[in-house]
Design a protein around this ligand. Structure first.
Ligand SMILES: [Zn+2]
Length: 480
């Protein structure tokens, strides 16, 4: 299948996205796409100080030439993350109250409004958002359009994340990074001239975000085997069948080669469509992303700067490849199921453990709520372990075929210009090791570490990654 066929097939399983136009100069088509899907509506171009000059201004002019009533809202901040405050800002933009939006944007002591009360009835008087930017602007427009019971048009400016076509928006609310359910855009117009010219670090970040689907797929296979989250074939195949191919030119990605960047953007879009088909982020992320969420939630900075989603995910992805390497050395046919079951903690013990681990975290009850949701009783654990034990030799080979070894992934990241050592984003190996207990507990989703907990080898598995000769050998710490 070529790219056109893959995209056509993907749109068949997409629940929200009806149009995906990608190509050189594709932004010229944006006004006609808008007019087709939003006839008679007013548009507001939502951009920031970086994306306005490179694409927003041009698109605004094209819309006006096409006779579309068009306004603009340019976010003045040089650096901002997807925080709830900006959701309230874009909600005002869609309502056409640009002064109120600016006031929220510039309010340094803003108090977050109640997320549950953000929904408004549909109104023709509202503007339709035209998102011109990278992941953050797109996520804001996605959630805010949902608040107004309407869709939007997305014009990506970088192949930096997979969120352009995904179901849900990742937003920090009440100190916690959360995925708010909201439909993907009805239309995406991806101008590869613009995307290929994006800063190299953004493209490298997108490469890492796409590569994360390799270990994430492995963790989904484990959840599938244990029956906690079965694989949804449409969501799996749309991305996993071409994922290795679309990751195969990291050098081209790094040099901004238009075809390599188009392939990367296609992969990211297919990942988002996989999420639409599954109606969850399961096809696109697991533990690989949770290291990044911890850094986001603790407002981690390196040299004074927030690190991009993809750069943080690069380190989480490498770490999980290393965990898989150690995991695949194990022989699970020798697990003593009765002993594991007799040692299995009660829900109350797990809740206490979670409260202890998260006690100094910005969201101290996060682990407690998630483990409460995903806790399995001893009898379920017995069945799960018996299943893994019985399937192990064959299942191990399937996992080996799915997940890249650490060294291979590290070489790809080097070639793509993505971080390949935690020190490159200012994270020490010890910090990474200390994140593991939180990573295991911070999401209701079943992960590899949950299996390790059940089978009694969690401690040795994590230790081996940081031991002498391990991927993140603590004695070879690069930064103090
Ligand atoms: Zn991601």
């Amino acid at each position: 299948m070529d790219s056109k066929q893959r995209i056509a097939k993907a749109l068949e399983v997409a629940t929200d996205t009806k149009v995906f136009e990608m190509g050189r100069g594709a932004s010229e088509k944006a006004p006609s796409v808008f007019s087709k899907w939003f006839p008679g509506r007013k548009a507001v171009i939502v951009a920031d100080v970086n994306t306005w000059p490179i694409l927003g201004k041009r698109v605004c002019a094209l819309f006006r030439e096409a006779g579309i009533d068009t306004a603009e809202y340019v976010i003045g901040k040089k650096e901002f993350h997807a925080e709830w405050k900006y959701v309230e800002m874009v909600d005002k933009v869609i309502e056409g109250d640009f002064d109120a939006a600016k006031a929220i944007e510039n309010d340094e002591n803003h108090i977050e409004a109640d997320a549950a009360k953000a929904f408004r009835p549909f109104s023709d008087d509202c503007f339709v958002a035209v998102s011109v930017g990278s992941g953050t602007i797109n996520d804001l427009c996605k959630l805010c359009s949902h608040h107004h019971a309407q869709s939007y048009l997305s014009l990506p400016t970088a192949a930096s994340v997979d969120g352009f076509s995904s179901f849900g928006a990742s937003i920090s609310y009440q100190n916690s990074k959360q995925t708010f359910s909201c439909p993907a855009p009805v239309a995406i117009v991806a101008d590869t001239d613009v995307i290929a010219a994006a800063p190299k670090e953004m493209t490298a970040a997108g490469y890492a975000d796409l590569a994360a689907k390799i270990p994430a797929g492995g963790e989904w296979m484990i959840a599938d085997l244990l029956g906690t989250e079965p694989i949804i074939p449409a969501a799996w195949h749309v991305l996993q069948d071409c994922l290795v191919d679309l990751l195969s030119n990291p050098e081209g990605t790094a040099s901004g080669d238009p075809q390599a960047v188009a392939d990367l953007f296609e992969g990211l879009t297919l990942s988002g469509i996989a999420m639409q088909a599954a109606q969850s982020s399961r096809p696109a992320s697991c533990c690989d992303h949770l290291f990044s969420h911890i850094l986001d939630m603790t407002h981690f900075r390196f040299n004074g700067k927030l690190q991009s989603h993809g750069f943080q995910v690069a380190i989480g992805t490498l770490t999980m490849c290393a965990v898989f390497d150690e995991f695949l050395k194990m022989d699970l046919t020798s697990v003593d199921v009765e002993k594991c079951v007799s040692l299995w903690p009660t829900l109350e013990q797990e809740q206490q453990r979670a409260l202890e681990i998260f006690k100094d975290f910005p969201a101290p009850r996060l682990g407690y709520t998630q483990i409460t949701q995903k806790y399995d009783d001893a009898q379920t654990v017995r069945l799960q372990l018996e299943k893994v034990k019985a399937c192990w030799p064959g299942f191990k080979e399937k996992l080996r075929a799915q997940v890249f070894p650490f060294e291979k992934m590290q070489a790809l990241f080097k070639a793509a210009g993505a971080p390949y050592d935690p020190s490159m984003i200012g994270v020490t190996r010890l910090m990474l090791k200390d994140m593991f207990p939180k990573v295991q507990l911070m999401r209701f989703r079943f992960n590899l570490l949950d299996l390790a907990k059940r089978a009694g080898f969690y401690d040795s598995l994590v230790e081996s990654v940081f031991a002498a000769g391990g991927a993140w050998d603590l004695t070879k710490e690069v930064i103090a």
